[in-house]
Design a protein around this ligand. Sequence first.
Ligand SMILES: [Zn+2]
Length: 690
Amino acid sequence: MESIRGVLVDVFHDLPSNSVELTKVPHMATTAGDERTVQYMLKRWQDPDTGLDRAWREEYLVYLSFPDPKTPNKVTVGELGPQGISGGYREKEKEYGPDQKDPDVVQPYAAYAPAGHPKGKLVYANQGKPSDYLHLNQTLDLNGTIAITRYGGEGRAQKAINAAPYGVIGVLVYTDPRDINDGRMSDTNETYPHSWYMPPSGVERGSFNTQYGDLLTPYLAAKDDTYRISMAKITGIPPIPTQPIGFEDAYALICELGGRPAPSEWQGAFNCTYNLGGPGFKPTSTFKESQVQLDIYNRGEIKNSSNVMGVIRGSVEPDRYVIYGNHRDSWVHGAVDPSSGTSVMLEVTRVLGRMVKEGKWRPRRSVIFGSWGAEEFGLIGSAEYTEEYYSKLSERSVAYINVDISVFGKRQKSGNISVFVLLQVKTPGSESTSVYDNWIRYFNRTSPTYGVIPNVGFLTGAGSDYAAFIHFLGITSMDISYTYDRTKTSARIYPAYHTAYDTFDYSSKFIDPGFTSHQTVARTAGNVLMRLADSLLLPFNCSDYAESLEAYLAKALELYTEGLAVHNISIEPLKSAVKTFRSAAASLDQMIRDSDLANETPLKVRGINDQLMLLDRAFLDPTAFPDQYGFRHVIWASSKASEPTFPGLADAYERAALSGLDEDWEEAHRQLSLLSQAILGAAHTLEEVI
Ligand SMILES: [Zn+2]
């Protein structure tokens, strides 16, 4: 096995050519460009010399949303007529090279936002959070207004969902240069093509929904004859027309707004005071009494989306699966998102496939690869896959590895995984520093057990295709990437994210020249994959899980003990459940240490591995979050609360503390009980008999 890991360290030279091939044309889900990448993945995975045992496509009929290519969405300021903002609202991003000229570049739009033609006076609503509209509503009548918001602080769809109850009729969203460009605004020398910063006309596209998976078939795989809810029943999408625009257009609007100055935290990088809006513009502005009009022509369509699947059959335990995946679809050319991850996946499969074809290696467990479709619209391909193969995946999956955006920028490593040691893989551009050393240097924490170790985040959200695996199926998951040094830039994400500038030219010049960081991620992910697929004992540590539960518990005790006691709710059962889990984990660890597994019966090894494999499954409770599609894991579910602690309890407690309603305190009590029961239940699965 060591020699195989050696292979992983030595190769990985095809990364740039994979990336060139994957990013030749825009490949938004279900378009001709997407089909081209389907064919490419199939060709690579069916290659007789370097392919997998088998590769095939699986299709779903999914609900997507597109702008009308013949009637572009428009934003105009009343009296200026079709000329639009400052005489020129851009329907398309500025062209700096052949990539932006491609006729298949989709014009910026807010997927799932409804069509419509609202016209009203403009207000500036900061990030579109509930507190932002509350603030505006104190001094302004928001009825019939259009709100301009900046990205960040709140989900895309939520900015419009929060606005509608105040009578707001349309929402604009833009990226403030303060949040993405460290304040840089000029494309004559500061932004792409001169640097990695977003050009003034750049627009972040995105899916404006709050739920993942196909919106018409929740919990059902979207096949031809599957029952579909009516479109009118879809929730969690903008109730009012919404459009993303570039910051040059936002600048022209925001700096003309009248009314009082916005609070200091609302100010961005423009060289003017951001006012709230009168509503509307300053009397001195050329726009004066003008209203802003949105003409949105988005429409929903049910389209055929493909996953490409591939498998290497396991030699000893073929019915145990290690799954590795990434989405294939992008908004435009998607060089970073998702092709940096797909290049890595293709390189891993090329290296492993060759060894399999040459008869040099076959994993102990089966390895399944997934190239998911329609992720950008809401993690659709992966969610439909987990719905279709629910039972098999629940019973047999060891782990899921997700590598989407593999390189966000230079310098630093981040990940969300159970603890694996990455001493063998070297950091890019260095022969001596390991990924482990670099990780610990930039992102560490102090563990009561191990001292200072690399910090590993938690997969609490639904940011990529791991969501259905961890939150819906309870399969141990990881998501890794190489990222930039956040002490050197305050960009919330790499600046070309979801724009027409996320191209091979951009990524090879500004994200990872030489593709050395891609290489590091490929080696790291490949290494982890091989350990999961080949180790006799699964590389999971249940005592590390206990440490995370104890950290969550300490926070919960600090924040909630008193408040719960006032309502006669005792937090003791939670405390004792975590204690029981710790001791069950310690006994299982001890039993593993005392065993000579290589000489044990296969049944004993399989028994222990099943306990480790099923541990995350034990934390699933389908009744915990009935209103949140696909969230059943009571430890890692997403939470509105800012504190790192048990999500269901945190949300319920905060809600009850705010409302004071008896029914909300009852829900807090219910969350506490179901959480304690899940932890105790998980502890029981670590015991051998009863
Ligand atoms: Zn992605």
